[in-house]
Structure formats: structure tokens, C-alpha cells
Ligand binder design. Structure first.
Ligand SMILES: NC(=O)c1ccc[n+]([C@@H]2O[C@H](COP(=O)([O-])OP(=O)(O)OC[C@H]3O[C@@H](n4cnc5c(N)ncnc54)[C@H](O)[C@@H]3O)[C@@H](O)[C@H]2O)c1
Length: 310
């Protein structure tokens, strides 16, 4: 039986990953300080004898006397509302948090996977985004704390690989959605579902022609797992290459909620909001044999049930 440590295990993606690993017969330790996650996300796992949960902030060193085979680092605030509220904390989590987990991986001779982000490409000038693209990040902008934290965490991981021969994995995750997202987290899917269910006008920033590529969480978790099991120790894009405008997302969400004559309001585009997002997943397809399977219609139905219950 393998042991995995999931930092950020009480978050949206992290809790799904814990569930997935338990189904694969892993012993799972979830570490989380609940800054943006919630105990209710892992409540259904608490009685599982192979699951343990540790409340800890990874910006502080970890002293764990359990050995582990795999470490997944998903711990980081990740939504635009967090970028405004806690920029320094996000930078500390990307830097100190990743360093503490890399040290733990070194002690345990464990593999370590970093949940990086498409935000390392900033507002990209290359489309679709391929892993070799170096990005267009505004260090000083409102999103700079998150983009740079992840870029630093990637560079630190590569440093540990070079200096200590650590087995690192870097997943550059694109927009992901699904059950257990915080309704108020400010990302496009929770925003639209919450507004549509309350029959409030859907807020579109800018002209709505900017694009997003939306991956359902189950697909992403499978990609993360496949990456960990692979021998790929350079960054790899994980996301759904189906590109869709924000206007079309609004329409699809309203349709899913059965709101035919839905209303919209337009607000100015936030600073450095990416205009285009589409992963080039050629590498993931070739090296991992992975690509998303869940259609937008299917994913939106699951999201609808979840947000309605909230
Ligand atoms: N959801 C997406 O679309 C997306 C896209 C790209 C990258 N990612 C990355 O995936 C990871 C998970 O994102 P998510 O959407 O599930 O966000 P989330 O906020 O739901 O989950 C993050 C979890 O990490 C915990 N956490 C944050 N800082 C911590 C710290 N210092 N110590 C311990 N725990 C801490 C939070 O409490 C939360 O439970 C993040 O690293 C994020 O950057 C997500």
C-alpha cells in the first residue's frame, strides 16, 4: 500500500484527489490550514481508516514521522478574490510552503508534484499555450503574487531536482471547475451559477469575448495522478483545450439552469485579466495518454446540482 500526502487536501481539487487516491488503495494524509478550504469537503472521508487529516500551514516547517511515497502540493489560495486579500501569504505559500514539502520529499525519497498553473503564462501572447512558452506575466499587477509564487515554486522544484536528484512533477493546470468550489470564490463558473440560480443578471467583465478553457475536476485529477506515475519531470499542461468565450459560458450556464431569457450586466475588465486561455495538451496526450473526457454539458449538469444544493 502506497502512502500519499496531499497538501491542500481540504480544498476543491485536493479533496477530489484524496478521494481518488483512496479508491486506488492509497493511505492518504491530507494537510490543510483551511484558509480557503473547508472541513466539509473531507467530512465524508474522515471515517475511512486509510485517511488522516492534519491541520497545518505549510508556510511553517513540517515535522512528520510518517514516511510517504508521493507528495502532492495543491496548497495555495487560487482565486482572484484571494489575490486582492492576501498577496504576501500567497507568495509565502508558493515559496516557503513548496520548500518545506520539497525538504520532506528529500527526507522520504518521495516523488513530489506541484500544482502549478496556466497563470505562469500571464496574459499570453502565444496561443494556444505550449509548455515551452515563457509567458507574459505582469509581476507588479494584482495577479502578480499568484503568478510569481507559482513560477518561483516551479524554479525551486527544478533546483531540488538539479541539486538533490529529487523526482519532481509539475502540472500546469488550466481553469478547472466542479463540485466543492466555493460559491463565492470569484471565478467565472461559481459566479455564473450562483447568479443564474438566484435569477440575478450574470456579470460579464469586459465585452465577454475573452476565452476560457474549462476542465471538469474528475478529468484533471486523473491527469494529476497519471503525471505522478509517469517519468515526466518537466512542466506539463493539464486542461481542456475546448475554448469558449465568457459570453458563451454565460449562455450555457443559464441554459443549464433553465433560465431562457437570462440577463447580463457588463463591468470593466479587471487588471491583467487574461484575454485568451487554451492549453496545448499535445505533450499530455503523447506522454501520459491523457485527455479530458467529460463534456461541458455533462460537467455543467453536475455543477448545477452542486450549486443548487449550496
Ligand atoms: N481550480 C483551478 O482552476 C486551478 C487552476 C490552476 C491551478 N490550480 C491550483 O490547484 C491547487 C488547488 O486549487 P483549488 O482550486 O482546489 O483551490 P482551493 O482554494 O479550493 O484549495 C487550496 C487548498 O489549499 C489550502 N491552503 C492554502 N494555503 C495553504 C497553506 N499555506 N498551508 C496549508 N494549506 C493551505 C486551502 O485551505 C485549500 O483547502 C492550487 O495550488 C491552485 O493554484 C487550480
Amino acid at each position: 500500500m502506497k502512502t500519499a500526502l496531499v497538501a491542500g487536501g481540504a480544498g476543491f481539487i485536493g479533496s477530489h484527489l484524496c478521494e481518488y487516491l483512496l479508491k486506488k488503495n492509497y493511505k492518504v494524509f491530507a494537510i490543510d490550514c483551511l484558509v480557503t478550504g473547508a472541513r466539509k469537503n473531507i467530512q465524508h472521508l474522515i471515517d475511512n481508516p486509510n485517511f488522516s487529516w492534519i491541520e497545518h500551514d505549510i508556510t511553517a516547517p513540517l515535522f512528520m514521522n510518517v514516511s510517504c511515497d508521493e507528495i502532492y502540493n495543491l496548497a495555495s489560495p487560487a482565486s482572484p478574490v484571494d489575490f486582492e486579500k492576501m498577496p504576501v501569504y500567497i507568495l509565502k505559500t508558493g515559496a516557503l510552503g513548496q520548500m518545506h514539502l520539497l525538504e520532506l520529499a528529500k527526507q522520504n525519497k518521495a516523488r513530489i508534484l506541484l500544482a502549478s498553473t496556466s497563470e505562469v503564462y500571464g496574459d499570453p501572447l502565444v496561443h494556444p499555450q505550449v509548455e515551452t512558452y515563457l509567458g507574459n506575466v505582469n509581476t507588479l499587477g494584482i495577479r502578480g503574487c499568484y503568478d510569481e509564487a507559482k513560477r518561483f515554486a516551479e524554479a525551486l522544484s527544478i533546483g531540488y531536482k538539479r541539486m538533490h536528484g529529487l523526482q519532481i512533477r509539475i502540472a500546469r493546470i488550466f481553469n478547472t471547475y466542479g463540485t466543492r468550489m466555493r460559491p463565492e470564490d470569484g471565478r467565472v463558473i461559481p459566479n455564473f451559477f450562483t447568479q443564474a440560480l438566484a435569477k440575478k443578471p450574470l456579470t460579464i467583465y469586459g465585452d465577454g469575448k475573452q476565452t476560457r478553457s474549462l476542465c471538469y475536476v474528475d478529468d484533471l485529477v486523473e491527469g494529476i495522478y497519471k503525471l505522478m506515475q509517469s517519468s515526466i519531470d518537466s512542466p506539463i499542461n493539464l486542461g481542456n483545450p475546448q475554448e469558449i468565450t465568457v459570453l458563451d459560458i454565460a449562455k450555457a450556464v443559464a441554459n443549464t439552469c433553465g433560465w431562457k431569457d437570462y440577463k447580463t450586466t457588463f463591468l470593466p475588465l479587471p487588471e491583467n485579466d487574461p484575454k485568451q486561455r487554451q492549453p496545448d495538451i499535445t505533450k499530455a496526450k503523447k506522454e501520459l495518454g491523457w485527455e479530458p473526457k467529460v463534456s461541458l454539458e455533462e460537467g455543467f449538469k453536475k455543477a448545477f446540482d452542486y450549486f443548487k444544493a449550496q
